[in-house]
Design a binder for this molecule. Structure first.
Ligand SMILES: [Ca+2]
Ligand SMILES: [Ca+2]
Length: 323
């Protein structure tokens, strides 16, 4: 008996269908957060939408059309949803940045009408609006039989993909899940990008999780409402300390000349520390501001560098060219 149990567990493990993740809203251990919860401090205030086609196999065919950018703003279930279409995306912004506080930092809301009608999306964040970093995701759903447009997805097979929970329940994300990167400041997240998972298992068009698995999800959905239906993005950990004026101060920090061959001058009113990285993110040198607002670069091999300035808890990155 014991042997049989061990064998079953072993087979479950090697097959990968291990139901590893929290279940639907209301079940014990679920991480779903109701849109009415007091954990939400703010909601998205801006959105830009890039629509995808209703069916990726007809890439020049009609795109999804339901909703507008405004539908992604505010609390869920207020202004409707915006449908992204196959592979479509939305970038949302906020009045104040999101920070990496205790536990979950924000949540994404979709309009799934049941615990299994789940349309999924990748989630990426940025602290500069240019460089985006994707949450490591995992789908344990089988990849041999296509889930149809009105099929079902089991939430316990899904990790770190938006849309894991039904309408009015947010899928939460913890910035700690992202690897550290010099181009990402987890305490000043200004943009969140939501990208529809294309649910087909056809390798030609399929979407893949971070482990290289095809994500089998509702497909096809050749409707005006096709793809991920973004309802809202709620802020849990807001960077309250980041007064807009301080944010502007660090945003306006400037360096010159650039390209530079000898001494780099730094223009700012604030005390700061500075760290130099190469373009792969490798640490080159540390310095601080006690020598005045200049940094000797004649000891650096000519090339491109990332220079990180930290003022208090905030930081900014400048790209410089050393000649
Ligand atoms: Ca966190
Ligand atoms: Ca989809």
């Amino acid at each position: 008996m014991k042997g049989k149990l061990f064998l079953s567990l072993f087979l479950l493990t090697i097959c990968g269908y291990s139901q590893s993740y929290p279940g639907p809203a209301g079940q014990a251990g679920s991480t779903a957060i109701a849109g009415t919860s007091s954990v939400f401090k703010a909601w998205a205030t801006g959105a830009t939408i890039t629509r995808g086609p209703q069916d990726i196999k007809n890439p020049t065919g009609p795109v999804a059309t339901v909703g507008t950018a405004d539908s992604a703003l505010g609390a869920p279930n207020g202004s409707g949803v915006v449908s992204l279409g196959d592979g479509g995306s939305a970038i949302v912004t906020f009045a104040k940045p999101i920070m990496n506080g205790d536990g979950f930092d924000f949540a994404v809301f979709e309009n799934g009408f049941s615990d299994t009608f789940l349309e999924l999306a990748f989630v990426e964040v940025s602290s500069d609006g240019v460089h985006f970093f994707r949450f490591p995701s995992h789908s344990e759903t089988q990849t041999t039989t296509q889930i149809g447009g009105f099929g079902s997805v089991n939430a316990t097979y899904i990790h770190n993909l938006a849309g894991k929970y039904k309408s009015n329940y947010g899928t939460p994300f913890d910035l700690s899940d992202l690897e550290d990167n010099v181009l990402l400041n987890k305490d000043i997240i200004t943009h969140i990008k939501i990208i529809d998972v294309i649910g087909t298992i056809d390798p030609l068009y399929a979407s893949y999780d971070s482990k290289g698995n095809i994500i089998n999800e509702l497909y096809s959905t050749p409707f005006a409402s096709g793809g991920f239906d973004l309802d809202a993005v709620g802020v849990i950990n807001q960077n309250e300390n980041l007064a807009v004026s301080n944010f502007n101060a660090i945003a306006s920090l400037s360096v010159y000349p650039n390209p530079v061959s000898d001494v780099l001058y730094i223009e700012t009113e604030e005390e700061f520390t500075v760290t130099v990285y190469d373009f792969t993110g490798r640490l080159i040198k540390n310095s601080n501001s006690t020598q005045g607002k200049e940094m000797r670069v004649s000891d650096l091999v000519p090339g491109n560098y990332l220079v990180e300035f930290v003022v208090g808890k905030q930081k900014t990155i400048k790209k410089i060219v050393v000649q």
